[in-house]
Design a protein around this ligand. Structure first.
Ligand SMILES: C[S@@+](CC[C@H](N)C(=O)[O-])C[C@H]1O[C@@H](n2cnc3c(N)ncnc32)[C@H](O)[C@@H]1O
Length: 274
């Protein structure tokens, strides 16, 4: 289980892009090593399978992964037949992505870039995707406009985010006498996050590695659901698909920390079309 702890001290001014990049550079080594060891249960056993379950056929299409991190999902898209490019603001994450590409080439082109100024021409891609990255960047509205710009007409943009209705500024799990989560208490829904930090580390990480690495520090940029949807609509996108992944009982039996995601939707996947 990822335990989130919101540090409320930073509230106020929007955190700047280069400061965000610094945090992600610091997170990159532990994030990459632990997730490649299988410690990112939420990604591997819920979010990414759901994302690819609803992704249209991308065989032979030209795609861009925005905020690709160490490239886990970029590689999956390339293995599904897409010709992938990928960008991230963190040079440290890109180092790991490029190392993987060198070891097992999939034809992926990685570039260090900011999602709000994509280094590609207009109408360059058949699709764009962003896995769990848009809510991690300032000026989300500019990133959405850029995704629109680089897509060919009728191209699609599919992205996953922390669910804006539940991952709010203030939240707390309610559990029964057996420590089983039964509900989520959440508030401050309308308070937008401007880079407030969350600190946590993958719950499935072995204790010695949890001690070795410091916790991830993640600046968050959240807004109410209506704002997300209106930004997409005002940019010119047509909303096409929503998905709130929920694991089945068998998966939860295998990975008990996923039980939280049977109580509420922790993730939201949206697909929209130019
Ligand atoms: C939670 S990680 C997700 C990484 C990857 N998509 C995955 O699913 O494993 C968020 C990523 O967004 C990147 N990021 C944050 N702000 C960005 C920006 N303005 N432009 C590009 N990438 C950004 C971070 O460096 C980080 O790699």
């Amino acid at each position: 289980l990822c335990k989130f702890e919101l540090i409320r001290g930073l509230k106020g001014e929007l955190l700047k892009q280069d400061e965000v990049a610094k945090f992600w550079n610091q997170n990159a080594e532990a994030w990459t090593k632990l997730s490649r060891m299988g410690c990112d249960i939420y990604r591997d056993h819920l979010n990414t399978p759901a994302f690819f379950e609803i992704l249209p056929n991308i065989n032979s299409l030209k795609g861009l992964d925005i905020g690709c991190g160490e490239g886990h999902n970029t590689r999956k898209a390339a293995q599904s037949g897409a010709k992938m490019s990928a960008i991230d603001i963190s040079s440290e994450f890109l180092k790991y992505a490029e190392e993987s590409e060198e070891k097992e080439p999939l034809g992926i082109e990685y570039k260090k870039a900011n999602a709000i100024a994509l280094p590609f021409g207009n109408n360059a891609f058949d699709f764009a995707m962003a896995n769990m990255s848009l809510m991690d960047m300032p000026e989300i509205e500019k990133a959405i406009k850029e995704a629109y710009r680089i897509l060919k007409p009728t191209g699609f943009f599919q992205f996953s985010i922390l669910h804006p209705c539940f991952h709010t500024l203030a939240w707390e799990w309610i559990k029964d006498e057996n420590e089983k989560p039964t509900a989520l208490k959440c508030g401050n829904y309308f308070t937008e996050l401007n880079g407030e930090l969350e600190e946590w580390i993958f719950g499935a990480a072995p204790d010695e590695l949890k001690q070795k690495y410091s916790k991830f520090r993640i600046p968050r940029f959240a807004m109410p659901l209506s704002k997300w949807l209106n930004l997409l609509i005002e940019t010119g996108f047509t909303l096409e698909k929503f998905y709130e992944p929920m694991p089945d009982d068998e998966t939860v039996k295998k990975y008990p920390s996923l039980s939280y995601t049977q109580v509420i939707a922790w993730f939201l996947i949206i697909r929209c079309r130019k």
